[in-house]
Design a binder for this molecule. Sequence first.
Ligand SMILES: [Zn+2]
Length: 331
Amino acid sequence: MFKSIIKKIQMLFFIMLLSACAVNCSKNSDSILKESNQNVIKIPLELSRKSEAAACINGDRALEYVKKIVSFAPRHAGTPGLEDTRKYIETTLSSLDLTPVRDNFIAHTPDKKIGDVELANIYTDIGDVKNSDGFFILSGHFDGKIIESGTFYGANDGGSSTALLIEMAACLKKHPLKVPVRVVFFDGEEALVKWTDSDSLYGSKHYVSYLAEQGLLKKIKGLINVDMIGDSNLRYTVDTNSNPQIMNALMDSAGELHYDDLFVGRRGAIGDDHIPFVEMGVPAAVLIDFNFGPGFSSNSYWHTSQDNLSHVSAKSLAQTGQVVLLSLTKL
Ligand SMILES: [Zn+2]
């Protein structure tokens, strides 16, 4: 009798301990998650369970890639900096045990003085893309803009996308998904004179036909293009040209990560490297912060020498990498 009372007391104590632990455990994971919002070096525990690849993203490492890319400025068509950037992408991918592939092509510009220019996309596969039933594409551009005064560093525009693609490729290599992923670095996104349908998106337009020739276009399960995602005051634009299912996956992922301030109701129709894919019926979306400047709605740093290292952050790079890779688990 006495023994059974002691046993009952022991059992009661054990249950109390368990429930206390449950409360504390959730508190702990919450505080780690909150801390991770302020310091990208801390990895949210919840995220590791949802996507190891997303939890692997390191914003500081991505920022180091941005610094290197900025050192090649200017990097528009015809500059040594553009070829230096291509070589840097290739050598960095190789050092990460990934195989870069160059897709050389001639871009026909509408400007008679500029004429035809030699450009090259670069891509790398994580998994067997060619023999798969379907694959994802993560993409972004690396070229810079020709501006009238000062140097275009493109830390955010072109730099952040390139750096994050390298970091995401490295994390996917370490933690592959069931579905293969192709990471594509587009050349020639920027207009060489003025943005029109014929003077823009040279790399992505060419790449659509390149994939179609190989019979791969129809196998794309989803494409997420990133652009200008290093803005230290990161607020994404919900693009109305993008595939709604992919946009929802991106927004849901940001919500799950408690990054509630990243989507704040900004909407707009964005022209970017996802458009040639959208036009061919591929489910494609762009993740972009098209308000790059001080305050809520200014875009005053865009396409100026103010697009420099002082206005990008490791935190924004890490948050975007986590959001993008987590969203792939929802598609
Ligand atoms: Zn641009």
